[in-house]
Design a protein around this ligand. Sequence first.
Ligand code: DC
Length: 240
Amino acid sequence: MPSAPQSAPKSAQKSAQKAAAPLIITLDGPAGVGKSSIAARLAEELGIAFLDTGAMFRAVACTLGEGAWDWPQGVLQQKLGEYDFTLRGSGRQTELLLNGQPLPEEIRSERTGLWASKLAVLPTVRATMKMAQIFLGRTTSLVAEGRDMGTVVFPGAQFKFFLDAEPEERARRRCRQLQAQGKPADLAAILQAITLRDHQDRTRSIAPMKPAEGAVVVDTTHVTENEALEKVLHVVCGQR
Ligand code: DC
């Protein structure tokens, strides 16, 4: 890209850079709060890509297998170096690929979620994921959803949101989702898994899950997905 002419005022150069920069919207929050569907629908409305960073942690957990969190750091680092994440498409059709391949359905299990949460406390894993996420956001406008998108990965994002809901309601939603897919759903077990993951994600020393500074907090306990999306869109479209 040609550099700005020497004589251009600094403010003009700055706004030109701003116009060229990808739009980044962050959506953080706990498990089962509906982040993924809201992020995908928001991305669809805006015609940009959607980055499910939980899927990145899940894909790594799934590929490495049980117990990887106890491996020596060097071994883990070497394995992580073999992973390359890319994005294809936009909106609801956005596809996250690992080494060029779609992610397996298995990443969605509760067990993989727990493994991902265990791996996510490790500095090596977090640093690798952060680098990959920043790299994707450098060239692509994104709705990025996860736990630390607004706090750590994209602190300069144009819009930041934190979605929350009571654990019991999140467990009920997850249960309904599984039932709709014809899968077994044990409410008590799901609530227990969600509570454990919340604890791990909120209390870890690196990048704990919390609302970013300046994030708009949306409590979805008593609102439908459509209403939550409306609130988010209202903020984004009202300020663009
Ligand atoms: O959003 P999810 O349930 O698919 O995420 C799975 C786990 O991955 C979550 O419990 C913690 C970890 N994670 C993280 O630490 N940081 C992110 N940005 C996204 C997910």
